[in-house]
Design a protein around this ligand. Sequence first.
Ligand code: ATP
Length: 507
Amino acid sequence: MATDSWAQAVDEQEAAAESISSLQINEKDDKPKVEANGAKTEGNGNKTEGNTNKTEGNTNKTEGNTNKTEGNANKTEEDDKDDKAAQSLLNKLIRSNLVNTTNQVEVLQRDPSSPLYSVKSFEELRLKPQLLQGVYAMGFNRPSKIQETALPMMLAEPPQNLIAQSQSGTGKTAAFVLAMLSHVDPENKWPQCLCVSPTYELALQTGKVIEQMGKFYPEVQLVYAIRGNKLERGTRLQEQIVIGTPGTVLDWCQKLKFIDPKKIKVFVLDEADVMIATQGHQDQSIRIQRMLPKSCQMLLFSATFEETVWNFAKRIVPDPNIIKLKREEETLDTIKQYYVICNSKEEKFQALCNIYGAITIAQAMIFCHTRKTAGWLAGELSREGHQVALLSGEMQVEQRAAVIERFRDGKEKVLVTTNVCARGIDVEQVSVVINFDLPVDKDGNPDNETYLHRIGRTGRFGKRGLAINMVDSRFSMNILNRIQEHFNKKIEKLDTDDLDEIEKIAN
Ligand SMILES: Nc1ncnc2c1ncn2[C@@H]1O[C@H](COP(=O)(O)OP(=O)(O)OP(=O)(O)O)[C@@H](O)[C@H]1O
């Protein structure tokens, strides 16, 4: 058990996570998040505000799901989906800027003979002045790479269908939000745009972007179709944009008839790669799509584009234009990789202390296999006087985002985390990565992808980096050897009892 106050706080925090989660309903009622949602609906009077508040009852459940993501080896498909949804949400919460990329977009036009427009400014899009004002108020000066091509396609007359794939942070959400806002007729008091997201939280994030971008366009209203938002039977929605999760959207269209699907002009399916992780969501999305008129514009977005996503995308979007923006490749070329042989976690910790004693480490990320080891290590490091942040899967997703944000801002110098927790999260400036435990997949094989993502850097933004792997058994030595073979890059042995040797690695 923890002996110092900090480690004790961590223990308590982890132990309290469940009770925090069950307190959510009451707490959330006062959260600014709710007010932010309500703000957009002001013009609509109490009705929508009531709706918005009622939806909060749902929060607990979905966040409960998110918390499950911390499972290690024995992950189920459901956990996988939660994991992806949580990653996606975390990335959204911690990102404040566009992701830079040097890659060019690949475009596959439905009609290759039609000219391909791309824009370099928002003015060229002839947006409604209220929307242009909204875009500039968000601090956007010019379209992002994917927006340059996607926006003219989405705003064209007649509307064109689009499947777009690019990594998180490249401006997809902002693009389709602008398309939805451009296509609605504010005079018509019925739903015209339908957007489905995999989880309540992701829907809420998109809703916030709609609110921000539509700030100067108050005639356009938004409503959340999510479980827990119970409307009276016979209600006919007046809001022009509906954003929600597939199950509730389907119910609202089919069973409860709050929405007339025949009047929908734009259908957006966001985060398709997260969506397909749940079989039910796929089926529901397809059933929604089938209720929409042929003339409805279908748009689908995904951060990744595996075969399964592609198969699903083709069922949702007929005759699509396709835009792809490749992720910037990660490489180990600029990284110095070492391994250290130890016999126990205590020895690993000692090795770590020796490294810290010999070289100056501005910021490091340390990965452990289990939450227990991560907690223990964070406590030990803290006792040694390090400013440590611990990322634990027990935490609410917002709490995790806050921890990463503090670390990103340099408030803490060491971030200890479990494998699952930090997967897919980018903290670019970290120059030292320590694998306290090597990454393995659920079958006990080396997880090369995770290794690369943790340690690798993209070519252009790549600063030199240092990776240190702790090896404590024949099993982990075998994993290390296989990682080395896979990347065909030598991982050098480091003797952490030899201070001179450690000093050399910093040069
Ligand atoms: N044209 C732009 N100029 C400047 N910033 C932008 C622009 N478009 C989007 N952004 C900002 O960049 C960040 C990422 O954009 P956005 O959320 O739209 O990307 P995304 O591809 O949908 O990623 P995710 O799937 O993680 O949400 C956001 O903070 C957004 O406000």
